[in-house]
Write a protein that binds this ligand. Structure first.
Ligand SMILES: Cc1ncc(COP(=O)(O)O)c(C=O)c1O
Length: 328
């Protein structure tokens, strides 16, 4: 493997994250199951987003930005991590958070509490406005420019070719931790950047016997093949990476969105409880809980050796306390 040449990066995450073998779940599922603990990239500045933000904030700094703008669902982990990273680096942040009715903002709890605590400016946007976020970003950026700020826009989930480098690094890390041999890396797909980085990382690290399988937590397979495909192709073009790529290589395990994005089924919450009790690992209801549900249903086909990418999201559990309580 030749040395991977990374773009500029600002260290924000506690790396490398541990790789742990889950003995009891391996025995239950009849596979060799490992977990890459990216939920431990930090305490509050945590999860998969931090890896992407290391590269995105480096680009923001290079462009002279003093303010970042990003967007997500009301309880977005990405927005919380962005707001915290901005505060840590002395930048300000504006978050466009999607809610059913902007005149009735949700309670200040979990990720929203952390957003506010570290001084992010929150703008509540309706689902319709959010669908037009590509038009909204330049409007907000212009407004901030007029107020004397130097804004830098980070897309939903930090998912673009720059952010994807975070997961190229994660795969290089994993390569050094995992004994050689075939492996299937299973991850939750929300906006596609993690998947794109994993796919690129596998290619750049020369892991010929590795497969990446994303479990989508919203939309469908077609959507993610397009989103992930665009990011991978964008990175290959931008940095002239010498790797072959065909969108047909993108593997998405569809069918586990359940009741919809950020909505839980009792069986998903029960699995989160069971994993916590069996291995002391806490999954989240929006992303990793659903991805792990898909993994459990298809463990034999995904095996014999699986690495589950635990991308974090613990704060998403707290707004679900009332739904979880009867199961405990
Ligand atoms: C905890 C967690 N896991 C997984 C994902 C999905 O990652 P991506 O948006 O890169 O597809 C997200 C964010 O969307 C997340 O917050």
């Amino acid at each position: 493997m030749s040395k991977i040449l990374y773009p500029e990066r600002i260290p924000l995450a506690n790396l490398p994250t541990p790789l742990e073998r889950l003995e009891r779940l391996s025995a239950q599922l009849g596979v060799e199951l490992w977990v890459k603990r990216d939920d431990l990239t930090g305490a509050e500045l945590s999860g998969n987003k931090v890896r992407k933000l290391e590269f995105l904030f480096a680009e923001a700094r290079e462009k002279g930005a003093d303010h970042v703008i990003t967007c997500g669902g009301a309880q977005s982990n990405h927005c919380r991590a962005t707001a915290l990273a901005a505060a840590k680096l002395g930048l300000r942040s504006t978050l466009l958070l999607r809610v059913p009715d902007p005149s009735q903002p949700p309670p200040v709890e979990a990720n929203i509490l952390l957003d506010k605590l570290c001084g992010a400016e929150i703008r509540w946007v309706s689902r319709e406005e959010y669908a037009r976020r590509a038009e909204l970003f330049p409007v907000v950026a212009e407004e901030l420019r007029k107020a004397g700020r130097k804004p830098y826009v980070i897309p939903e989930g930090g998912s673009n070719p720059v952010g994807a480098w975070g997961y190229v690094r994660a795969i290089e890390e994993l390569r050094a931790q995992l004994p050689p041999g075939p492996v299937t890396i299973v991850y939750a797909a929300g906006s596609g950047g993690t998947g794109a980085g994993i796919i690129l990382g596998i290619k750049l690290a020369g892991l010929r016997d590795a497969r990446a399988v994303g479990v989508n937590v919203c939309d469908d397979r077609e959507y993610f093949v397009r989103e992930i495909g665009q990011i991978v192709e964008g990175a290959i073009t931008k940095w002239r990476l010498e790797v072959g790529f065909d969108r047909k290589e993108i593997e998405i395990l569809d069918g586990y969105v359940g009741r919809g994005y950020a909505l839980s089924r009792p069986e998903e919450l029960s699995l989160i409880r069971d994993v916590a009790r069996t291995e002391g690992i806490v999954l989240d209801p929006v992303y990793t809980g659903k991805a792990f549900y898909g993994l459990r249903e298809h463990a034999r086909e995904l095996g014999p050796r699986i690495v589950f990418m635990h991308t974090g999201g613990i704060f998403g559990l707290f707004p679900k306390a009332a739904e979880l309580a009867p199961l405990l």
